[in-house]
Ligand binder design. Sequence first.
Ligand code: SAH
Ligand code: SF4
Length: 391
Amino acid sequence: MTMLLQTAIPLAASYIPNDLRPTLVGLSREDLAAILERIGVPEKQRKMRMRQLWHWIYQRGKTDFALMTDISKEVRGQLEEAFVLTRPEIVTEQVSTDGTRKWLLRLAPDATGARHEIETVYIPEEDRGTLCISSQVGCTLTCTFCHTGTQKLVRNLTAGEIAGQIMLARDRIKDWPDDLEANPKPPSSGRYITNVVLMGMGEPLYNFDNVKTAINIASDGEGLSLSKRRITLSTSGVVPEIVRAGHEIGSSLAISLHGTTDEIRDKLVPLNKKYPIAELMDACTKYPGSSNARRITFEYVMLKGVNDSVADAKRLVKLLAGIPAKVNLIPFNPWPGTAYECSEWDVIEVFAEILNNAGYASPVRTPRGRDIMAACGQLKSESMKVRASER
Ligand code: SAH
Ligand code: SF4
């Protein structure tokens, strides 16, 4: 049964109306050191205090400065006066029949005073739990099969709002190290959230710097401690940023391919007109660190009569030659107003078989959370860009 909680869920670190104190969540080590300098912490203490603060914020997930017992009372007081440790706020939580949870989150006011909304999805599985996070409010791109693509870009998320989604999910499902003693551990992994995918709203490579800072926080061994291999950045094919992302971010990579000829892909992913398939595949061959042990995922949404023929499958095999690749076949998830339909199941099976026979692992992604519009490509929020004259 789908459960919809309409009321705000009280979390320790909700936003207090009219509170102008900025959050420290999302700041890098360097930024935290600069803050400590600003509040007058002497230079010889600064490095130690920065480490302590980092530990309490990112490893322990604390939202109250008073709990940071190894930091002097005086410094804690100064921090409390000037800063908060809030994360985005949960507006609604929906729980699917399959256990998938979708949160509609409201962000703290931005420079214009607007409080925008995004969605984050948690997908529990037997041996792992995946958190699907957003990188933008809306999207500049207009992939024709994607619900988010019908929502104009409102703004980029800050690093704090990106990393904050992981922290908020840990708050909500009690997945901080300190919670695990009280909360029974999941059988195999010892953690609820084991994987993070940037497959929510937005194009992560169009918000490069903030995504990079957030992934650094998420993968820091003394921070959120997720392995970079278990963080996957999904892009619709922003070619000039792909190799750079490999060097500077170093997460796993997923490419939203969806079409095997420029003619088809131009229609599905209009960005293809700017960066056609040949250039995209060339960038993939140059992605640093990819190997058979660490393959690039190619996402391929199955659209009835559009890209699901035997000829498409054969062309896909040819395109992938020479790239350490796996294919993720995604049954199309419908949304109100779409003209597309999902391919028939036997058609998907034939397609997968051709890929498997060519040696490519190509699991069909089981749609999760469709009943609450939480599946791939179904996310959208009501946030709209406010014109200067309307503010
Ligand atoms: N903007 C990035 C990441 C977000 S989309 C990107 O495009 O890669 C995450 C994945 O969901 C992408 O592969 C996207 O193409 C796919 N997707 C979008 N709409 C979908 C839908 N309606 N059904 C199934 N998958 C969809
Ligand atoms: Fe944006 Fe990705 Fe949706 Fe395309 S598929 S519109 S890039 S979120």
